[in-house]
Design a protein around this ligand. Sequence first.
Ligand SMILES: *[C@@H]1O[C@H](CO)[C@@H](O)[C@H](O)[C@H]1NC(C)=O
Ligand SMILES: *[C@@H]1O[C@H](CO)[C@@H](O)[C@H](O)[C@H]1NC(C)=O
Ligand SMILES: *[C@@H]1O[C@H](CO)[C@@H](O)[C@H](O)[C@H]1NC(C)=O
Length: 193
Amino acid sequence: MYTLLCLLGLSVVVLGQIPRACDSPPQWESREIRIDREQNFEIRRLLTYDATNRRERRLEEIEIGSNRTFVDEVILWNENVQYTLDLKTRKCNKTVPYRPWRERGVPPGSRFDFEVVVGAAGVENEHVNILYFSWNSTDGDRNLGMVTSPNCVPIQNYHLSQKYGLEESTYYDVTVGIKDPMNFIPPEECANL
Ligand SMILES: *[C@@H]1O[C@H](CO)[C@@H](O)[C@H](O)[C@H]1NC(C)=O
Ligand SMILES: *[C@@H]1O[C@H](CO)[C@@H](O)[C@H](O)[C@H]1NC(C)=O
Ligand SMILES: *[C@@H]1O[C@H](CO)[C@@H](O)[C@H](O)[C@H]1NC(C)=O
């Protein structure tokens, strides 16, 4: 945990450890930055997240070293299907999802670890209370979720697994709910696969 905090570069004040429950909204949209420092890649995406139906839409830019690719992904875990459209070539691939479904934010039943204040503690409109939760996935992977208090809006997730190492996702401009349910219809290039 403290390694993660150091990694975040936050100087923190740890407040009282009153256990809390916090369920993030099951459906939301945001910009996301995914960084894998070990493998030197970064993904910037527009994310539509739907935990109710276990699906995601991602419009993303992948930067590996100095190379960039642009893809549009629709991943439907309940149907075990992933559509990946290369936005340069307009070629669509249909595969099984590249990884199992994962909760973002903080799912029900997670363990409350601690609360911190970022910004000027006690000064109105100059700080945000952040709650840290952790949970273990059924496959044994470790998860950490940082959310705002009191509404549990996702800020950051860490996922630690043998297969993928440490993955870090940060969310910006989160809006709760899904504006356009048509977002989960794959692009037309993927229609007849
Ligand atoms: C970037 O792409 C070029 C040409 O496709 C390739 O030769 C090079 O290895 C790639 N670099 C990285 C870091 O993937
Ligand atoms: C689609 O699959 C082909 C063949 O496996 C691969 O070369 C290509 O990179 C894939 N495209 C995308 C967008 O994943
Ligand atoms: C997850 O598993 C590890 C190792 O078994 C354990 O130390 C940790 O307390 C577990 N975390 C939670 C939130 O249950």
